[in-house]
Design a protein around this ligand. Sequence first.
Ligand SMILES: C[S@@+](CC[C@H](N)C(=O)[O-])C[C@H]1O[C@@H](n2cnc3c(N)ncnc32)[C@H](O)[C@@H]1O
Ligand code: SF4
Ligand code: SF4
Length: 336
Amino acid sequence: MTDKHIYCPNPYILAEIMPFGNVYPCSCGWIKGYYDEIWNGERAKEFRQKLYDNDFSLCPGCQNLEILQEIKDSAPKLISEPPERILLGLDEYCDVKCIFCRAENYKINPNLIPKDKEDKLLEILTPWLKNAKYVKTNAVGEVFASKISRDLIKDIAINFPNIKFEIITNGIQCTKENIEQLNLTNRISMMTVSLHAFKEETYNKIVKGGNYKKVIENLHYLSDLKKSGQIERFELHYTVTSINYREMPDMIKFARNIGANIRFLGLDCSRDLEELYKKINIQNKEHPLYNDLVKIVHSKEFLKSKDIIIQGWEYFTGLEKISIFNKLLNKYKKGL
Ligand SMILES: C[S@@+](CC[C@H](N)C(=O)[O-])C[C@H]1O[C@@H](n2cnc3c(N)ncnc32)[C@H](O)[C@@H]1O
Ligand code: SF4
Ligand code: SF4
């Protein structure tokens, strides 16, 4: 075992609670076979030991390279304080259908929380929430469209006045009225809005049943909240595909205008949409437009700007910005 190794903070600070109560030590759904309601249970300890040993085999496709650090440490820390961030992804219900997210419109799908647990969610989550500083929701569905998510946020906001919220939304229902109704005023530490196009016609190709104008209107409202200090961090999410990659430079300008950072996400092709991914997965070197994408992300603007975050396709583009992590991983990795 080497005494220098890669340190990932997530297994010590973060718990993601997913449909059916599965718990993951990370915001990425790639971790296989880890779910355990016991934060310091055997599986959690095993997981921490593995990462300490630079074995990332349980994290195939980690997209969080920017949080990894190289450290020198004498002993693995297997027991952890309770998580300070709780990610609640309990309900996949959504008011739209983005083509790369789901094949079905989940408005007609039942939610994945057993009916008898719905009313007891707050009670079940209380032991976790007592120690948490941040609650992030909802990474698997649309927070403002789901009654379950809305009720839960309202209850958490009232019962845990020190908790701050990290909201991820498609932006359509992220209005002043909704923020006030959910008791989120002055409680948002991070607001993330997914907007995968600069032009309305491109947005409509990706977000089926969406409302581009409403999202833009809401973004301007959120921009005002950010300017007045009512939101601590403000970010746009943009999943890059062959449909929208040309609009990336315009989106950077737009994000700057509204005072947001922008995060470009690679396409996660692990879902059951194989045929579509073949067509739109521009991060694949075999894709006919791959070299066009590389030209864009290798421009000076992309390499130098601190407000642009590129997550997930650095493997494919060889982007120099994070090459320090690739070097680290090559040095120590066993599974990534
Ligand atoms: C599943 S959504 C849930 C939160 C909210 N409904 C929204 O759209 O932001 C969270 C993020 O996952 C992204 N996403 C969904 N499917 C994806 C895929 N196949 N590859 C990459 N990102 C994806 C979305 O673009 C969005 O930014
Ligand atoms: S290495 Fe990556 S996938 Fe694994 S816990 Fe850390 S951030 Fe998550
Ligand atoms: S809005 Fe979010 S949850 Fe809904 S389909 Fe799009 S990416 Fe998925």
